[in-house]
Unconditional design. Structure first.
Length: 291
């Protein structure tokens, strides 16, 4: 399996920060993708990646070959990047593609296949199982990396025991623990304290946000909710206009990306076939990645 975490903050060209953007998306039953860098290029890359995926009439499409998808995408990604205006290209662009293939002896019978692709060449950089790979601002924040690496340490393997009497227990503990720890990291400029987390296996995906209710020792309970996030370029531009911060991008090309699965991650929920996370098999490690 693979686990991805992404915040919702964007940095404008004048240095201001706004919490308004979903950066991580389920693309297929067993594939996630997330972007960092220029927003217009990021959505254009997702649109191009979606075109590489086979269409199935069934609500439960079969898992696709993640390695082949990653290896075949760089040329299309370079075309997208090169066709963008220079001002957008100057912001850079990175893409993380994470998926899982069937592996009988792995947790949830899924072996992670993950790569980072960075413009302008977008040559795939494989990320090994059990390692954290990152794109965007989170790469340089030691506090975040320390929290994340705690979930691939030897000590974290004790969490696997949760699966024994509770189907899906391992995934649930990882989600709750990871999002709880990330939200407690002291604020860092350029990174939101609101996150999406999504776990993907060969059979499906499950996503959650950091929405929660806090119960302090004194005083009433406090409900913490993620702001509304944009899941398309049009929604992103509308969010910036509403916030009266202008638009940091030039919409010189039509980007029509829309993820039919985006709302399931934005509000927490299960993806296609996620109810099939019922065959944990034998633990052989897990891949977890940060955007």
């Amino acid at each position: 399996m693979a686990l991805c975490v992404a915040d919702i903050q964007v940095t404008l060209r004048d240095g201001r920060h706004v919490d308004c953007l979903q950066k991580l998306y389920p693309m297929h039953q067993n594939v996630l993708a997330g972007f960092a860098g220029d927003v217009q290029i990021g959505f254009a890359l997702l649109e191009a990646l979606a075109r590489e995926l086979p269409a199935y009439p069934s609500d439960e499409p079969p898992a696709i070959a993640v390695s082949e998808l990653i290896e075949g995408f760089p040329e299309r990604a370079r075309d997208v990047f090169s066709s963008a205006p220079a001002v957008n290209r100057s912001q850079g662009s990175e893409l993380l593609i994470a998926g899982a293939t069937h592996a009988p002896n792995a947790i949830y019978e899924g072996k992670p296949v993950v790569a980072r692709l960075r413009g302008p060449k977008f040559v795939p950089e494989p990320i090994d199982r059990g390692e954290w790979g990152s794109i965007g601002s989170g790469s340089a924040v030691a506090a975040y990396r320390e929290k994340l690496e705690g979930y691939t340490s030897d000590a974290a393997r004790e969490v696997f025991a949760m699966e024994g009497g509770w189907v899906g227990g391992f995934a649930t503990v990882i989600f709750v623990g990871l999002t709880s720890e990330l939200r407690d990291v002291p604020p860092v400029a350029g990174i939101s304290q609101h996150f999406h987390a999504c776990l993907v296996t060969a059979s499906g995906f499950e996503g959650r946000s950091t929405d929660r209710a806090d119960f302090p020792a004194t005083g009433p309970p406090r409900k913490v909710e993620m702001p509304k996030v944009a899941t398309s370029l049009a929604e992103f531009q509308a969010a910036l206009a509403k916030a009266d911060v202008g638009s940091p991008i030039l919409a010189s090309r039509s980007v029509r990306w829309h993820s039919p699965l985006a709302h399931q991650l934005a509000h927490g929920g299960h993806g296609v076939s996620a109810n099939r996370l019922d065959k944990p098999g034998h633990v052989s490690g897990s891949g977890m990645y940060f955007i």
